[in-house]
Design a protein around this ligand. Structure first.
Ligand SMILES: NC(=O)c1ccc[n+]([C@@H]2O[C@H](COP(=O)([O-])OP(=O)(O)OC[C@H]3O[C@@H](n4cnc5c(N)ncnc54)[C@H](OP(=O)(O)O)[C@@H]3O)[C@@H](O)[C@H]2O)c1
Length: 308
């Protein structure tokens, strides 16, 4: 039954971009494995899948855990004999100043955003190489194009993803495997409530949050305003967050990203190119344009003026 379909695997499908992308792919005829690390969150899919009779299955996959990645990919292979599309979406943001962060916290951020992606790609590659066909979509960010204040480690993971994607496309080209980078700007998802801050800051963001919109405090899930600020970088981080939090409320919905992902996958099938890059959102487009047209010092001033 599933074999009649193209087989797609999406990581981090419980919410946001992964959730919308899994639904959109299934609605467009892909037999979609919506993977997630907490399958109790599959409730979000249940009604929709039944009502619309979608070819979508939820599967446990924690990108931080090699065993779980191996098991999930093996199960999909056993059932279908192929994987056509892999979407590496699972990720979160570690925000704050570098000096405030523990090495453990930094490693955890890389574990999910970078090594989780690498781990999943490595499991899927032998399958795609044998079938001489496949599409790998990596969800990067505008944070993979320019350095953004108060997010140096998150930015580092996305820059790494960019280099990984660009470089691996050369070795994968000969096996018909295409690589796509998706670079969204600020998107209105649970991303904001899942942001981690270093302990010393303990959600330093309150001032910025409260200054702009009380309801944002609930979104961030913090009571930081009441905590003592021990960071030497609180002013910088707060300044950045005073721009960032309001931007989220005005940001596009994750559907906008999933539409671009689907379009990108369709384009790949009709193109002889092996590497593709797609920006999503006006903010991402204007930052990418600024990076291209400005000198490093002009860009530095531009970012400082706009985000600090
Ligand atoms: N929202 C934005 O502004 C934005 C902008 C650019 C790029 N992005 C990127 O888009 C991707 C999706 O984020 P989103 O905006 O949709 O945020 P989100 O709603 O918070 O979704 C993140 C997803 O990743 C999952 N995840 C986290 N760690 C995981 C792990 N170890 N194993 C498996 N799944 C894991 C989460 O699962 P749980 O539900 O279990 O936590 C959730 O399903 C991320 O890579 C993010 O960096 C987001």
């Amino acid at each position: 039954m599933e074999n009649q379909h193209q087989i797609a695997v999406v990581t981090g499908s419980s919410t946001g971009i992964g959730f919308e992308t899994s639904l959109l792919l299934a609605r467009n005829g892909f037999y979609t494995y919506a993977t997630m690390r907490d399958t109790t969150k599959s409730k979000n899919f249940e009604k929709i899948v039944v009502n619309e009779n979608l070819p979508l299955e939820v599967l446990y996959l924690d990108v931080d855990k090699s065993d779980s990645v191996k098991k999930a990919i093996n199960k999909i292979l056993e059932k279908n004999g192929k994987i056509d599309v892999l979407i590496n979406n699972a990720g979160y943001g570690l925000f704050g100043a570098l000096e405030d962060m523990s090495i453990e916290g930094i490693k955890e951020q890389f574990e999910t955003n970078l090594f989780g992606t690498i781990r999943t790609i490595k499991e899927v590659l032998p399958i795609m190489r044998n079938q001489k066909k496949g599409i790998i979509v990596n969800i990067s960010s505008m944070s993979g194009i320019v350095g953004i204040p108060a997010t140096s480690i998150y930015v580092s993971t996305k820059y790494a993803l960019e280099g990984l994607s660009e470089s691996m496309s050369y070795e994968l080209e000969q096996y018909g495997i295409k690589v796509i980078l998706i670079e969204p700007g600020v998107i209105k998802t649970n991303f904001v409530s899942n942001i981690k801050f270093p302990d010393i800051m303990d959600s330093i963001s309150s001032q910025a949050l409260l200054a702009n919109n009380d309801s944002l405090d609930a979104r961030s899930g913090t009571d930081s305003g009441r905590k003592k600020n021990l960071s030497s970088y609180s002013v910088t981080v707060d300044k950045f967050l005073s721009h960032y939090y309001p931007a989220i409320n005005k940001g596009p919905l994750p559907k906008e990203v999933s539409n671009v992902i689907l379009e990108a996958i369709k384009n790949v099938s009709i193109s002889s190119e092996s590497f593709f890059r797609y920006l999503v959102g006006e903010d991402a487009k204007s930052l990418a344009e600024a990076k291209k047209s400005m000198s490093d010092s002009e860009l530095h001033k531009f970012i400082s003026q706009n985000l600090l």
